[in-house]
Design a protein around this ligand. Structure first.
Ligand code: WT7
Length: 702
């Protein structure tokens, strides 16, 4: 009893809500008259139409951006809240909405422009007609060769080439649920996701270019297959695309009766047309795995009608996409940003969407701006990580190129006002409007952002809730934290919206617990007002109604704008036989925002060595991917622990970030903290700083 109380008090004391925030208010920037003159959303009255008084019927306007085979009867069904159903009774197809419906007016317009990493390869434009033909042929192959039908799952582990959106849209045409795994993830990570989704087919590629090297990608498919098989869920077939159609670019052999080269099979399906399968609005469109606080990654399930309507509206009103625009989102399609804002949103609006295969600064820091100039990109979308990297390597490069952006996005993590200003003045040439869009894999599309033609920009702040989204900051007890109080709390959304995930694949309980349990008072309620959505981020609300996002309040590390689960990384460490215990914490990094740092304790009788550290790094890279590579691996005599035996990650996080460790007297082994501090901080600056709020809050929700 006493222990519970103590833990409870400790949590409350350390909660984000209790941490005073020292934040300098930034000045505003105005959107240019030129931008306003052409913008899609210029009517401030629209916000009144999307007030909670008009919820949920206001979202009809989003549904009406799509073409329906059958119009819906109920805009929102809350009878199983918080498992919501949008546009109930409606029937549609995503591939039809992103391709077929544009053919009459835009068949000769580029849908996708692919730029390979080698600069010697000219960009390839795929018109809407060409996309139509290719998607149909691949759909025919998936249906007739692989036997796939609506509701089946397929795991797609592809790099940034046109085959990725083509495969996704072919799945969508059939109602096959795609689960795209980020190409940079390892074969093991892909295999885990195949098993969790029970995918019938894995789709991979022979190789692709990255930093001037041809990465051999087929071995990842072999590992993925073996991993899924070990989990008892091997896929039936492995289908492999070729990066170059006239040769096979991998060292790995094809396994007979299991592996097939798609490009060799396709001629059989030449000219085939597959009628888009008319599906209910709440049919699952895709799964996207993301990291949470505990256990394995969660398969976030997005349903067809709500998701597509939401990303189309966000692309139109917040990305300001018109069919005449050349739009370049530099994210990877393997993350939600790419799904929503490279593939589904832009294509639903008949835009031209640019896909770049490689590293933005390869072979030199001017590459990004050369692509923008050559293709005459006018809408640009990237992350703070990329912005910092581009700025570091080539602060004056944008000035050398004659592109002209009207609109730019930053997404994935909070952006430092300094980096924001470089983005605005140097990349945007003092002209492009910037939106800092705050959202998550789970939310399908944006939650907070300024409206580009209506709101002033403020560096470092995402802005108010987007059209229809009503955010609120709650403290530990569910009380509202008022604007301008300079206190942080948990940012929640009062209302559901069409882009919200439908559930977690195979784990509805986890959906309830993770996102709704904290503030729900009546689990039986079918009133959406009783189910505020908990995003898991700490945030502040300024007097002007702008939200400033501080970062995750749980054990998730945001590396280069993407969440990595600490538990997943720790499990990978424990596969090294010498390791007894592992703890992963975030450490602030100038370029990537946060990177993981690892503490390991060895099994008795084992001597510390660089070789063991190397093995840990290796384990992380093979089981998770290079994106998770730790900054440092520290071998420690023991982990700081509570009396109940829990590893105190927040203490380690403080040490890693040269922050004060706070009160450690209640620990079971306070003396070890001092030992670790001396060995780590011997190599680091002295403890001076308070540290970023997300790191201060890290590990407090255990
Ligand atoms: C987490 C979601 C959203 C697509 C890419 C990442 C952080 C995201 C912002 C922003 C501050 C941001 C949050 C969020 N985040 N955008 N504009 N400002 N923080 O998707 O992997 O699901 O991660 O990224 O912490 O919860 P994700």
């Amino acid at each position: 009893m006493a222990a519970t109380k103590e833990t409870k008090r400790e949590q409350t004391e350390l909660s984000e809500a209790e941490i005073a925030v020292h934040w300098k208010e930034e000045g505003y920037y105005e959107p240019s008259p030129r931008f306003i003159g052409q913008a899609n959303l210029t009517d401030p009255d629209l916000f009144e139409k999307f007030s909670l008084d008009h919820f949920p019927e206001c979202y009809r306007a989003f549904g009406d951006l799509l073409s329906w085979d059958k119009y819906w009867t109920t805009t929102l069904d809350t009878s199983k809240a918080p498992f919501y159903r949008w546009f109930v009774g409606g029937m549609l197809n995503a591939s039809y909405n992103c391709i077929d419906r544009h053919l009459a007016q835009h068949k000769n317009k580029a849908a996708i422009i692919f730029q390979g990493e080698p600069e010697s390869e000219p960009p390839v434009a795929i018109t809407y007609q060409e996309l139509y033909a290719r998607v149909n042929e691949v759909a025919a192959l998936l249906r007739d060769f692989a036997g796939l039908k609506a509701g089946d799952r397929v795991t797609i582990h592809l790099p940034m080439t046109p085959e990725l959106p083509i495969t996704m849209l072919a799945c969508a045409r059939l109602g096959v649920i795609h689960s795209v795994v980020f190409g940079g993830f390892s074969g093991e990570a892909s295999g885990q996701r195949i098993a969790d989704s029970a995918s019938r087919v894995l789709i991979g590629m022979d190789g692709y270019w990255r930093s001037g090297k041809m990465v051999d990608h087929k071995p990842a498919a072999d590992i993925a297959y073996e991993t899924a098989k070990r989990e008892g869920k091997p896929p039936e077939k492995v289908l492999i695309w070729k990066r170059y159609k006239d040769r096979y670019s991998s060292q790995a052999k094809l396994v007979e009766g299991r592996d097939y080269l798609i490009d060799d099979l396709l001629p059989k399906y030449r000219g085939e047309r597959v009628a888009p399968v008319s599906l209910p609005a709440d049919h699952p469109l895709f799964l996207m795995y993301t990291s949470g606080t505990t256990g394995k990654p969660k398969g976030i399930q997005h349903n067809l009608g709500g998701y597509l309507a939401y990303v189309t509206a966000m692309s139109k009103y917040y990305q300001d996409i018109h069919p005449t625009d050349v739009y370049w989102c530099m994210a990877d399609i393997g993350w939600i940003t790419g799904h929503s804002f490279i593939v589904y949103g832009p294509l639903a609006l008949a835009a031209t969407s640019v896909i770049y295969e490689g590293v933005p600064t390869f072979p030199d820091p001017g590459r990004t701006w050369r692509i923008a100039e050559h293709l005459d990109v006018n809408i640009f979308h990237t992350s703070p990580t990329a912005i910092r990297q581009l700025r570091k390597l080539g602060p004056d490069e944008p000035k050398k190129y004659h592109y002209r952006f009207k609109h730019m996005t930053t997404v994935g993590e909070p952006i430092e006002p300094e980096a924001w200003r470089w983005y605005y003045h140097t990349v945007g040439k003092d002209e492009a409007v910037i939106v800092d869009t705050w959202w998550q894999t789970e939310t399908g599309g944006f939650l907070c952002s300024t409206t580009p033609a209506l709101h002033r920009m403020k560096p470092g702040s995402a802005g108010p809730g987007v059209l229809g989204i009503h955010p609120v900051i709650l403290d530990e007890n569910g009380n509202e934290v008022p604007p301008g109080s300079n206190r942080a709390g948990y940012i929640c959304i009062r209302n559901p919206w069409p882009g919200l995930m439908a559930t977690i694949w195979g784990d509805p309980d986890r959906y309830l617990k993770t996102y709704f349990q904290k503030y729900n008072k009546n689990p039986k309620s079918t009133d959406w007002r009783d189910w505020p959505y908990l995003a898991g981020d700490g945030a502040l609300l300024a007097p002007d109604g702008y939200f400033r996002i501080l970062g995750r309040i749980d054990d998730v590390i945001n590396v280069a704008g993407h969440r990595l689960g600490t538990k997943e990384l720790e499990s990978a460490c424990l596969t090294v036989p010498e390791i007894a215990e592992a703890a992963v914490v975030p450490v602030a990094d100038d370029l990537k925002g946060r990177v993981p740092e690892i503490y390991v304790a060895l099994k008795p009788g084992i001597t510390a060595s660089d070789e063991i550290k190397q093995k840990v790094v290796q384990a992380i890279e093979t089981q998770i991917g290079k994106i998770a590579r730790p900054k440092t691996v520290w071998i420690v005599p023991d982990m700081p622990k509570t009396r109940s035996g829990k590893i105190m990650r927040r203490v380690l996080a403080s040490i890693s970030n040269s922050m004060p460790t706070g009160d450690t007297t209640t620990l079971a082994n306070p003396e070890v903290v001092e030992q670790i501090r001396v060995s780590v901080q011997g190599a680091r600056p002295a403890v001076t700083k308070e540290g970023p709020a997300d790191i201060r809050a890290f590990g407090q929700t255990e």
